[in-house]
Design a protein around this ligand. Structure first.
Ligand code: NAD
Length: 330
């Protein structure tokens, strides 16, 4: 018989509740908090055994240390990405960490392709014009994906799922990964520079680490084809946004699709229409008709949300049984 696990889950959106309830089936006592974890909201963790967070929560050293002082032993994120964790601080304070490494790679792959297709065929502009009964075709010319070269940077689960989609369009799919996985199907593996040089569409599918921070910057953009389409559904920090803006203004980048933004923390997932001061870099980017920004929603399918909830509860189950969690991060 195991003692009930007392958990506080941060950054819970109303639509997530049913998925968590279905996964939990009242096994753990979970307090749901709408706000993200931060030093301001940390008091909700008082008296709990575990904390559940999401991708933009503050899990930096000061927060981890405070949680450790409060007796927290476990932190689980409902995201795949773990770049928000201060892993050293957690290890020093004996806090176990877990993530959800796989939860429907197809959800993210499909969203990345949706961004690419929408940008290419000017779907938003066509729809907005049509709503005003303006059915002119001016400015709506796209290009065939068939026969184009798609470069995938990162060939893990999402990279491979997206390769299958682009193969279906009749694209040539090339890719780069630091640890080229075995058994790649219909992906030509090349060096990073060759992928940058040869691609008409570049799609990023890497974790954010010190090695991948700003992997796309002025120097790497200079190698790309003029008018290249760049899609980032991974983490904002992979792209130097200022460099990307400059390349857009020069016409070097022809299309930019972003589901993530390097300064998205505290911005994405909430309504900021009434804010007097808005993020000026993002505002500048969004003045460009060939830029499309979605608010870190690539994961947002019913299937993925259920998997995220199920896997998070499984991590709590394992901790409850006082064993090591399989997906534990060192
Ligand atoms: P994965 O671990 O299966 O694949 C990542 C790949 O990147 C691996 O093959 C790895 O070898 C490669 N890699 C790591 N460091 C590299 C480097 N320095 N240079 C080249 N290759 C490197 O991960 P995944 O499931 O494909 O997810 C990729 C990323 O997508 C996640 O880390 C996360 O940040 C992001 N993501 C975003 C959303 C969203 O909603 N927008 C949802 C889930 C995941």
């Amino acid at each position: 018989m195991h003692l009930l696990m007392k958990v506080v889950a941060y950054s819970i959106k109303p639509f997530e509740k049913e998925f968590l309830a279905k996964a939990n089936r009242k096994k753990h006592e979970i307090t749901l908090i709408a706000n993200p974890l931060s030093l301001e909201t940390i008091a909700y963790a008082e008296g709990k055994n575990a904390v559940v967070v999401f991708a933009n929560d503050d899990v930096s050293a000061p927060v981890v240390n405070k949680l450790a002082d409060m007796g927290i032993k476990y932190i689980a994120t409902r995201s795949a990405g773990t770049d928000h964790f201060d892993k050293e601080a957690a290890a020093e304070r004996g806090i176990s960490l877990a993530n959800v490494p796989v939860y429907s790679s197809h959800a993210i792959a499909e969203h990345a392709v949706a961004l690419a297709l929408s940008l290419n065929r000017h779907i938003i502009a066509a729809h907005e014009h049509g709503q005003q009964f303006d059915f002119k075709l001016n400015g709506l010319i796209g290009f065939n994906f068939f026969g184009k070269t798609v470069g995938l940077i990162g060939l893990g689960r999402i990279g491979q799922a997206i390769a299958a989609i682009y193969n279906g369009f009749g694209c040539r799919v090339i890719g780069y990964d630091i640890a080229m996985p075995d058994g790649l199907i219909a992906i030509e593996s090349l060096s990073l520079n060759e992928v940058l040089r040869q691609s008409d569409i570049i799609s990023l599918h890497l974790p954010l680490t010190p090695a991948t921070k700003y992997i796309i910057n002025a120097a790497s953009i200079a190698i790309m084809k003029n008018g290249v389409m760049l899609i980032n559904t991974s983490r904002g920090g992979l792209l130097n946004t200022i460099d990307a803006l400059e390349a857009l203004e020069q016409g070097k980048i022809g299309y930019l699709g972003m589901d993530v933004y390097e300064h998205e923390k505290g911005l994405f997932f909430e309504d900021h229409q009434q804010d007097l001061i808005k993020d000026s870099l993002l505002q500048k980017l969004m003045t460009h008709a060939n830029v499309m920004v979605t608010p870190h929603q690539a994961f947002l399918t019913g299937e993925a949300l259920q998997q995220m909830a199920d896997e998070t509860i499984k991590n709590l189950d394992v901790w409850q049984k006082d064993r090591f969690v399989l997906s534990e991060i060192i």
